[in-house]
Design a protein around this ligand. Structure first.
Ligand SMILES: Cc1cc2nc3c(=O)[nH]c(=O)nc-3n(C[C@H](O)[C@H](O)[C@H](O)COP(=O)(O)OP(=O)(O)OC[C@H]3O[C@@H](n4cnc5c(N)ncnc54)[C@H](O)[C@@H]3O)c2cc1C
Length: 383
C-alpha cells in the first residue's frame, strides 16, 4: 500500500538521519533531554502541523502528525520528548478563548513557547482520574493550587503546562466527572513560587517528574473553557494522544522489523544466514503481520478523528493493538540479535525499553480491555 504523506515522511527521515543512534545513546546514559533534536523539529515546523494556519501552524490533520511521529520512531529516534505539544495544544485550540489562543498558539507554533507538559496523573488516584485531589481554590482574580502530581513528563523542559485540577470536591459535584477544570500554568512563573518539580529516574530517558503544589497562584484568566467542565476537555484530547502514541508504536515496530530483517540476512551461523531458519524468520514475519494490522487500525482511528466522528473506542483499540505489536516486535528483535540485542551500540535494548512504556502510559491495557468489555460488548461493569 502506498505510504501516506510521502514528502513529509521523507523530510522527517532526512532530519532524523542527523540524530543517529550514538546521539540517543549518549543522552540515554545520563538521562539528558534531547534539546537539539526537539529544537530542530520545532524549527522545521513538524511540531506545529496541527496548529491552524491562522495561528502560524500548518493546519494539517491528525494523520499528518501520526506520520511524523511514526517516521521519528522508525528512524530510531524518540518523539516522547516532544509529542505532547501536538495533542495538549488541542485542548487550548478547542476550548480556549480567542484571547488565549492569540496569546499562546502563534508562540507555540514559532517555538518561542514550549507546551510539552500535561499534568493529570496523581499518586493516590492512579487511573481513576475522577478521584484526583489537586485542588484550585478561586480567590478573586486567581486560583490557589494545592496538591501533587506524578509522572508528569517534560515539566522541566516546558514553558507551559496544561493542568487538570479539581475546583469542586468530588463529593460536592453532581457527577464524579464534574467539578474538574483545566488551567494553563506558566512554568517559569510557577517554579519556586508554589511549584516544586522533582525528576524521577526511570528505565527510559523520558524526563518525567513529580510535582508538588503549595499555594501556587495561577491567574484566573488562565482557566480554559468553563470551570468544572475540564474532564470532558481532557478526555477529548486523550483520543488524539492515544492515536499519536499508537503511531509511535507502529514506527517502533517497523524499526524492530527493519533491524531484525537486516541482521537475519547478514549474520551467518552454521554456515548460513540465521534468517534462512524458519525459527528465526517466522517471528519476523509475525511481527510484520501484527504491525501491519495495527497500522490499519491507527489509520482508521485517525480518519474518524479528522472527520470529527466519535473515535474513543477506535483510538483505544488502535493504541492497544499497536503497543502490543511493537512490544512483540521488540522482543523478537532482541531474540534475533542474540547477544548483540543487549549491546548499547545496537540501539535495540534502548528501543526495547522505550516501547514497553506504551502498554502502561498514557493508558494501561487493562483499562482499554475494560472499556471494550463494558462499553462495546455490554458486559457488566467491574468498577
Ligand atoms: C514514563 C511515564 C511518563 C508518563 N507521563 C505522564 C504525563 O506526562 N502526564 C500524566 O498525567 N501522566 C503521565 N504518566 C502516567 C501514566 O498515564 C499512568 O502511569 C498510567 O495511566 C497508569 O496509571 P497508574 O500508574 O496510576 O497505574 P494504576 O492506576 O495504579 O494501575 C496499576 C495497574 O493496575 C491495573 N488496574 C488498575 N485498576 C484496574 C481495574 N479496575 N481493573 C483491571 N486492572 C486495573 C492497571 O491496568 C495497571 O496495570 C506517565 C507514566 C510513565 C511511567
Amino acid at each position: 500500500m502506498a505510504e501516506s504523506f510521502p514528502e513529509i515522511r521523507a523530510s522527517v527521515r532526512r532530519l532524523c538521519a542527523e540524530f543517529p543512534g550514538a546521539y540517543w545513546q549518549a543522552l540515554d546514559r545520563d538521562r539528558i533531554y534531547p534539546t537539539e533534536f526537539v529544537e530542530t523539529l520545532t524549527r522545521e515546523g513538524f511540531l506545529s502541523v496541527l496548529i491552524p494556519e491562522a495561528y502560524g501552524g500548518a493546519g494539517l490533520g491528525l494523520g499528518a502528525a501520526a506520520a511524523i511521529l511514526e517516521e521519528i520512531h522508525r528512524s530510531g529516534c524518540n518523539g516522547g520528548a516532544c509529542h505532547a505539544q501536538m495533542y495538549t495544544m488541542g485542548t487550548l485550540l478547542r476550548y480556549g478563548s480567542e484571547v488565549q489562543k492569540q496569546a499562546f498558539l502563534p508562540k507555540i507554533a514559532s517555538g518561542a513557547l514550549r507546551l510539552q507538559a500535561f499534568g493529570v496523573t496523581e499518586p493516590t488516584s492512579g487511573t481513576d482520574t475522577t478521584r484526583l485531589r489537586t485542588f484550585a481554590r478561586r480567590e478573586g482574580d486567581r486560583y490557589i493550587v494545592n496538591g501533587q502530581k506524578i509522572w508528569i513528563s517534560r515539566a522541566e523542559h516546558s514553558d507551559l503546562m496544561v493542568l487538570l485540577v479539581r475546583t469542586t470536591a468530588r463529593e460536592d459535584a453532581a457527577k464524579p466527572s464534574d467539578g474538574m477544570s483545566v488551567l494553563i500554568v506558566d512554568m517559569k512563573e510557577a517554579v519556586g513560587r508554589g511549584l516544586t518539580v522533582r525528576p524521577i529516574r526511570t528505565m527510559l530517558n523520558h524526563a518525567t517528574t513529580e510535582l508538588f503544589f503549595d499555594d501556587l497562584e495561577v491567574p484566573a484568566e488562565n482557566l480554559i473553557g468553563v470551570e468544572g467542565q475540564g474532564f470532558r476537555y481532557i478526555l477529548e484530547g486523550m483520543n488524539a494522544e492515544r492515536i499519536l502514541i499508537a503511531a509511535e508504536c507502529i514506527g517502533d515496530g517497523r524499526f524492530f522489523i527493519d533491524r531484525a530483517g537486516a541482521y537475519a540476512k547478514d549474520r551467518e551461523v552454521f554456515g548460513r544466514p540465521i534468517g534462512a531458519n524458519q525459527g528465526v524468520q517466522f517471528p519476523i514475519a509475525r511481527a510484520y503481520v501484527q504491525v501491519s494490522a495495527a497500522a490499519l487500525m491507527v489509520d482508521h482511528a485517525a480518519a474518524l478523528f479528522e472527520a470529527g466522528e466519535p473515535c474513543g473506542t477506535e483510538a483505544n483499540m488502535a493504541k492497544m493493538a499497536a503497543s502490543e505489536a511493537s512490544w512483540f516486535a521488540a522482543d523478537m528483535c532482541v531474540q534475533t540479535h542474540g547477544g548483540f540485542g543487549f549491546a548499547e551500540a545496537f540501539d535495540i535494548e534502548r528501543k526495547f525499553r522505550e516501547t514497553r512504556l506504551y502498554q502502561v502510559a498514557p493508558i494501561s491495557t487493562n483499562l482499554i480491555l475494560s472499556h471494550v468489555a463494558t462499553h462495546v460488548l455490554g458486559l457488566p461493569k467491574s468498577f
